[in-house]
Write a protein that binds this ligand. Structure first.
Ligand SMILES: [Ca+2]
Ligand SMILES: [Ca+2]
Length: 166
């Protein structure tokens, strides 16, 4: 478990390691952090320092899930702008200068899933049908006509060129 630091120093320590203070966006993540904290009270990445009452993860992501303790956040005393994780996984706001252990996490913030791509596909294009007609004559010559059926226009097109084969 980490040393105890003020919130900003803990946040900087995580960022120096390419990580961030723990964030929680679901009950499942809260349970993971309960395990990671190991019974300690630890800093989380939430703060409302930029705008009182507007809690954000690392100052730029609104909270989508919360698990505040009873009557929290209460901005008690001279103000409480940093989020701690205590007891059985509940959250509380406390003064940022308090010394707390902390848990860093990699990529805990999950971006919103991109909108699904439009599912309408163009209708499959069917090839035109080509019929080849062969007629036999008494002299054993054969006449072939090519006939093309155009599906889109529902029309037949005769190939004007005729071939005679023996
Ligand atoms: Ca506050
Ligand atoms: Ca509080």
């Amino acid at each position: 478990m980490s040393d105890t630091l003020a919130w900003a120093d803990a946040d900087a320590a995580c960022q120096a390691a390419g990580q961030q203070l723990a964030t929680v966006q679901s009950a499942a993540q809260n349970a993971l952090l309960t395990t990671a904290a190991g019974g300690n009270t630890v800093w989380m990445g939430g703060t409302d320092a930029a705008s009182e009452g507007k809690w954000m993860w690392d100052n730029n992501t609104p909270l989508s899930y919360t698990y505040w303790g009873p009557s929290e956040p209460n901005d008690a005393g001279d103000g409480e702008d940093c989020m701690e994780f205590y007891g059985e996984g509940k959250w509380n706001d406390v003064p940022c200068a308090r010394a707390r252990r902390y848990v860093c996490a990699v990529n805990c913030l999950q971006p919103l899933p991109p909108p699904p791509p439009p599912s309408r596909l163009p209708p499959p294009s069917l090839p035109n049908l080509v019929f080849e007609l062969t007629e036999s004559f008494d002299d054993e010559a054969q006449q072939r006509d090519a006939v093309e059926y155009n599906r889109a226009e529902n029309s037949f097109v005769f190939d004007g060129s005729r071939s005679f084969v023996r």
